[in-house]
Write a protein that binds this ligand. Structure first.
Ligand code: IMP
Length: 450
């Protein structure tokens, strides 16, 4: 079967971009299927650093098709900036990039709404969005009447649509003013001219990616699905309301790409060796102390898109076990293991205490998560630098023990370990397979149970 998925199991920023870049070697098509320009990943390749947001990192390799599907919300200015940046550094885009005509388009009104509405949760708390208009664009998609898809930019009624929506949105924005944000008035003619320019520039890349991908899987092509954000930010299954607006766990692959799950045979769950989060919402294992500082500075934990310092804490196995199950994960990639070097002892959260009760499942309600007190296991740390380690056997005994405990708690084997940003700083664990598949596996389809 042709499909591999890379899914972040935490709150995003698990260094999925590096992994996708490595795995691209064995795939013909890389697919980005949800989220938008809120995501950012850094790839170090050929001694150069690349910062990408919407365009899959597969674009750095020849012979790989990069597909942005209809599940994505697309900010044309941001895509064009990425295309220009890549082309100016000699990366060929033509014939490699396809953007779905079904993708919903981010407009200035979405960005304005995002800025006004973030911070308007009852109680005055902020979700802490990236301010890229992602939530408002998805809201219009679901609401339908004020939505514009990429394919609509080429239709005769585009100008009328923009005029209608701008009139509506100006009244909406005026009504929402007074919450401390500057007044915004949109100009339909200006927006139309701007987006017509974007449409001309993007025309060569726009296609029916759903049809393309269905043809590809049926022809046996190998596809790599690149998840954005992390499963705990999933709109339906994450830490609502402190989530993004798409299905960022494994459940979003089929709906976002249009490729049925039966074509996917390998799901890699990506975790950092510790936890981070940007924006609001509970992070039960957060360390607002010297440990948190160690993780932030050694891990360079600052947002790729917003440069915000990330909140840092110990590895949360309760949360990652939940998202590994939710995403149907087969194997784990543990990233940034080197960052833990130099800490005397390490902690892993293996349960929560909520209202005095020990709980091993991840709570569905944010209030319970807020009350969760981590129950920690303490493991020995290691003083060695791991940056030059290239095989599993050469890892310090304490690092192997740490990985083994993650495997046990999540019930999945660790197949990949990352010890630095470079492609070469990656360990593929070639150990005798241990029996990790203790979790219930779906029965193979047979005529009797199909
Ligand atoms: P939005 O996706 O901009 O609406 O932001 C919603 C929440 O998701 C905020 O807490 C953001 O910080 C978070 N978020 C969105 N994209 C990313 C990402 O790529 N990495 C980490 N957090 C993200």
């Amino acid at each position: 079967m042709p499909g591999t998925c890379v899914i972040g199991l935490q709150w995003g920023d698990e260094a999925k971009g590096k992994l996708v870049d490595i795995l691209t070697e064995d795939h013909e098509i890389v697919v980005r299927y949800q989220g938008g320009a809120n995501a950012g990943h850094t790839v170090v390749s050929g001694g150069q650093t690349w910062k990408l947001s919407l365009i899959p990192s597969g674009i750095l390799r020849d012979g790989v098709a990069c597909i942005v599907t209809g599940g994505v919300v697309l900010d044309p200015a941001s895509v064009i900036k990425e295309i220009d940046g890549l082309e100016s550094r000699g990366v060929r885009i033509d014939g490699k990039l396809q953007l779905s005509d079904r993708a919903h388009v981010v407009f200035p009104w979405h960005v304005a709404e995002d800025r006004i509405l973030d911070g308007s949760l009852s109680g005055g708390e902020a979700i802490g969005t990236t301010g890229r208009g992602i939530g408002p664009c998805y809201r219009d998609k679901v609401g339908r009447s004020l939505a514009i898809r990429l394919g609509d930019l080429y239709r005769d009624d585009f100008a009328a649509k923009v005029a209608h929506i701008v009139d509506f949105k100006n009244r909406l924005l005026a009504a929402w003013q007074g919450t401390g944000t500057a007044a915004v008035t949109l100009d339909a003619a200006e927006i139309l001219a701007q987006y017509r320019g974007y449409a001309d520039r993007l025309r060569p890349f726009v296609s029916d990616t759903t049809g393309y991908l269905l043809d590809a899987v049926e022809a046996g092509k190998r596809l790599l699905f690149e998840g954005a954000q992390g499963a705990l930010l999933d709109i339906d299954h994450g830490t609502f309301p402190y989530v993004t607006s798409s299905n960022s766990s494994g459940v979003g692959v089929a709906s976002g790409s249009g490729v049925p799950g039966r074509w996917i045979d390998r799901v890699i769950g990506v975790v950092k060796a510790y936890s981070t989060r940007v924006g609001g919402g509970p992070l039960p294992t957060e360390q607002d102390n010297a440990v948190g500082l160690h993780l932030r500075e050694r891990g360079r934990e600052y947002g790729t898109v917003t440069m915000r310092p990330r909140r840092c804490g110990w590895f949360d196995a309760v949360a990652a076990r939940y998202t590994a199950r939710l995403s149907g994960v087969d194997e784990l990639a543990v990233m940034l293991l080197d960052v833990l070097g130099g800490l005397d002892e390490l902690r892993i959260c293996s349960a929560y205490e909520i209202d005095g009760r020990r709980v091993e499942h991840f709570p569905s309600q944010i209030d319970d998560l807020r009350k969760a007190v981590p129950v920690y296991e303490t493991l020995p740390g290691w003083p060695e630098e791991l940056a030059d380690v290239r095989d599993y056997d050469s890892l310090p005994a304490a690092a192997k023990r740490y990985l083994a405990r993650i495997e046990e708690l999540l019930g999945r084997p660790v197949s990949i370990v990352s010890v630095g940003p470079d492609r070469e700083q990656t360990i593929f664990c070639e150990r005798p397979a241990r029996e990790h598949r203790a979790w219930p596996r779906p029965q193979p389809r047979t005529p009797a149970n199909a």
